[in-house]
Design a protein around this ligand. Structure first.
Ligand code: ADP
Length: 346
């Protein structure tokens, strides 16, 4: 079990908790390869625990296949986990009756990666943006238009954009529409899965600036999923690094950048240039296999780790405190922390 949250009540202090994820496990059964063997399974989440204080934001990073999107779907209650719980403002989302969950969705909304695929091309902007409101209950037509107009303004679009269709907008503007849709219910938490990675680099900064402004204005919390440490560093108070379904390091951005305590985080910091999509997909396959391989009794990262020894391949490290609010699941965390910081440009 990843005990990051269980080991870490101190940094939460007396602040009210917005999100408590406890020992989340998600196991998928894959199609059987032949009749005589059991269906293979993937452990997409292997005991993930995090806590988030109201008004703070957390970034979840890791390469493709590490379980970030599965984690996001479980937090959004789009998928039922195999075990574990997700509590938002004290309510256990996966145990709420359907009607209550629908109403609770007011408090948490999602922005997806692809602003082209996530907006229905046959709907006008007003209908797209109002959809989370109408999913909760009836809203009269005039109020719907007024609220959509207000939220479009907040994301830098105009009233007149309301009656247009998604294809009339650029990628950056479409992502603004997606953000407007997430904002319309005045949520406390927005889960954003790779919100800028499909955008041109020149537009990415504009969307990140918008997310930052909204955070300041409304005291929003983000759970920001990204393969890119620089993106989460920009917006988040806390970063959780995932590897093969586990959180292997968690701390403030400055902890990770200056006193990184897990060799995998160090490898992510070193990973320049950023992975190309083709290379990403290849790695994903390798990880699925790695997760079920001989290393499953020990540290999942041992196979790739320059510090791995016999102890690492025999005993899975449990997350432990390596500094105030800083946790690592590595037997060699202290050694990694003594290495000089990497000159990373962020
Ligand atoms: P990431 O978002 O970090 O790329 P994912 O959460 O998409 O990672 O995937 C984690 C692992 O779970 C991968 O091995 C992936 O192939 C597997 N996986 C994700 N969704 C499913 C699913 N619906 N069925 C089977 N396997 C899945």
């Amino acid at each position: 079990m990843n005990t990051i949250a269980n080991a870490a009540p101190a940094h939460v202090g007396s602040e009210p908790l917005l999100l408590e994820v406890d020992d989340l496990v998600q196991r998928y059964t894959l199609p059987r390869e032949n009749l005589f063997q059991p269906a293979p399974q993937v452990l997409a989440l292997n005991g993930v625990s995090v806590q988030l204080t109201a008004g703070k934001s957390i970034g979840v990073v890791g390469e493709s296949g590490s379980g970030k999107s599965t984690f996001a779907r479980a937090v959004m209650a789009l998928e039922t986990p195999t075990s574990g719980s997700v509590r938002l403002l004290g309510r256990d989302l996966h145990r709420l009756p359907a009607g209550e969950l629908r109403r609770a969705r007011r408090d948490f909304q999602m922005v997806f990666q692809d602003p082209y695929g996530s907006l229905d091309p046959r709907q006008t902007v007003v209908r797209i943006v109002a959809e989370p409101l109408t999913a909760i209950g009836r809203v009269d037509h005039a109020e719907q238009r007024a609220r959509v107009a207000a939220v479009l303004k907040q994301v830098g679009l105009r009233d007149a954009d309301m009656d247009k269709y998604p294809h009339e907008f650029s990628g950056g503007q479409r992502q603004r529409i997606a953000v407007a849709r997430a904002l319309i219910t005045q949520p406390k938490l927005i889960v954003a899965d790779e919100p800028v990675s499909a955008l041109d680099v020149s537009v990415q900064a504009q969307v990140l600036n918008l997310l930052e402004d909204l955070q300041d204005e409304f005291g929003l919390s983000y759970m920001l999923i990204s393969h890119d440490l620089a993106v989460v560093e920009y917006l988040c108070d806390e970063i959780a690094v995932m590897y093969l379904g586990r959180v292997v390091e968690q701390g403030r951005p400055e902890d990770l950048f200056n006193h990184c305590a897990h060799p995998y985080t160090r490898a992510l910091l070193e990973a320049v240039p950023r992975p190309r999509p083709g290379r990403d997909r290849q790695r994903r396959g390798a990880q699925v296999i790695a997760s079920q391989s001989k290393w499953s009794t020990g540290c999942a990262y041992a196979e790739r780790c320059p510090f791995a020894d016999a102890h690492c391949s025999a005993v899975a490290p449990v997350a432990r405190s390596v500094g105030a609010g800083h946790y690592s699941a590595c037997h060699h965390a202290e050694t990694v922390m003594t290495l000089p910081p990497l000159a990373v440009e962020v």
